[in-house]
Design a protein around this ligand. Structure first.
Ligand SMILES: Cc1ncc(COP(=O)(O)O)c(C=O)c1O
Length: 387
């Protein structure tokens, strides 16, 4: 699971460097006082390099990253943005916050956006697609890119859960027009709260950079107080403290993912004996292995499995317990989604078929030796009783 399992000495040292060099916590200016040391700029540069991308912008959260990415597209109020039914509610909140209309597609057995559902949902009003690489596994990025490219629809990859994963030889978050990342406390690398956006186009990066900083263009020919601007923006700037932690965490990302994968293999090796229906993983995907997901016969059995796992000291992650935060079918508090669900009774039928009976097991870095056996024995007990 998350970077918080490997946090401490290196992060502290990076933060201390800020205070040794003048203690400036703002991302810009104060050159003399800070001895020309800029943590956020360094973090952006190193993150972009790591991901083999040209342009990066650090922001205050993964939700902010989505909001800023949408701002860079400069869409009109009421334009439609398509995303998937299985994601954290933040994806849809960012769309609504940008005065755009969210449209949620079904997912398929990869538990990510179903290209068939996407084709049906695209209309003349569709101006962007947010593809989520949910819980460590890539979406059908190639197929979806083909569909979107034909219609000139930009893709934002919500890579909150895919940081460090690949599709083919490309890093997740670098294939669409923009890729957004979250460094909240539950992610593979963390800055407490924080986020990043990667861009394929310099012009998007410039628009996003200005928008996340009240419209400041950071014109090198002007002092900040006289800076140029062409429209208003907001404040989603990352602080130097977050970036310092991020720099230390980034160095650990490769190790985090490699341990995730090893530990996931150990759990999967045990569970293979149970004949479970595992989440399908796209062929070119190289997953971050945040969680191992599989389906049982029905919702009831999924709940029983969770109870038994918990009883034996094993946690689940998001499913089945937190589906109301991660499955659009349950977002009764969001009128923009309810309107859609009223249209058809069986809305999200395909997504329900998978999500209602899915169990997600977190993969921890510091996994105790007994965990794979405990997971196996807990699940096999429930499955045998309900056969
Ligand atoms: C798919 C997805 N997108 C966006 C976010 C928002 O990230 P943050 O918590 O950093 O705002 C999350 C958070 O869990 C997420 O899971």
């Amino acid at each position: 699971m998350p970077g918080y399992e490997l946090i401490g000495k290196q992060e502290k040292e990076e933060v201390e460097k800020i205070f040794k060099n003048g203690g400036v916590l703002f991302r810009l200016g104060f050159e003399k006082l800070r001895k020309n040391k800029f943590k956020v700029l360094e973090f952006e540069k190193k993150f972009a390099n790591y991901m083999n991308s040209k342009y990066a912008l650090a922001v205050t959260s993964g939700t902010a990253a989505l909001r800023v990415a949408l701002a860079a597209l400069r869409l009109k109020p009421g334009d439609e943005v398509i995303t998937q039914s299985f994601t954290f509610v933040a994806t849809v909140e960012a769309i609504i916050e940008a005065k755009l209309k969210p449209v949620c597609c079904d997912i398929d057995n990869t538990l990510n956006l179903d290209p068939l559902s996407l084709k049906k949902k695209i209309t003349k009003k569709t101006k962007a697609v947010i593809l989520v690489h949910m819980l460590g596994v890539s979406g059908h990025i190639e197929k979806i890119k083909k569909i979107c490219d034909k219609k000139n629809i930009p893709i934002i990859e919500d890579t909150a859960w895919g940081c460090g994963g690949y599709y083919g030889k490309k890093r997740l978050g670098t294939i669409g027009r923009m890729g957004t990342f979250s460094f909240d406390y539950a992610k593979s690398m963390t800055t407490g709260e924080g986020g990043m956006i990667l861009f394929n186009k310099k012009s998007d990066w410039m628009k996003a950079s200005a928008w996340h900083d009240h419209g400041h263009e950071n014109n090198p020919k002007k002092p900040r107080w006289e800076d140029t601007r062409d429209r208003s923006g907001f404040n989603f700037r990352m602080t130097e403290l977050q970036a310092a932690v991020g720099l230390a965490q980034l160095k650990k990302l490769k190790k985090v993912i490699s341990i995730h994968r090893k530990n996931m293999k150990k759990i999967k090796k045990k569970l293979i004996k149970l004949n479970l229906e595992f989440r399908k993983v796209p062929e070119k995907n190289s997953e971050t292995a945040d969680a191992l997901m599989f389906m049982v016969k029905n919702k009831n059995i999924a709940k029983k499995c969770r109870r038994e796992l918990n009883k034996n000291g094993v946690q689940t992650k998001i499913l089945p317990e937190a589906s109301t935060w991660h499955f659009a079918k349950y977002w009764r508090h969001i009128p923009e989604i309810i309107k859609k669900t009223k249209i058809k009774k069986n809305y999200f039928k395909k997504s329900s078929f998978y999500l209602d009976r899915t169990i997600s097991i977190p993969v921890n870095i510091k996994m105790k030796k007994k965990i794979p056996n405990l997971i196996f024995s807990s699940l096999s007990k429930v499955i045998k009783q309900n056969d």
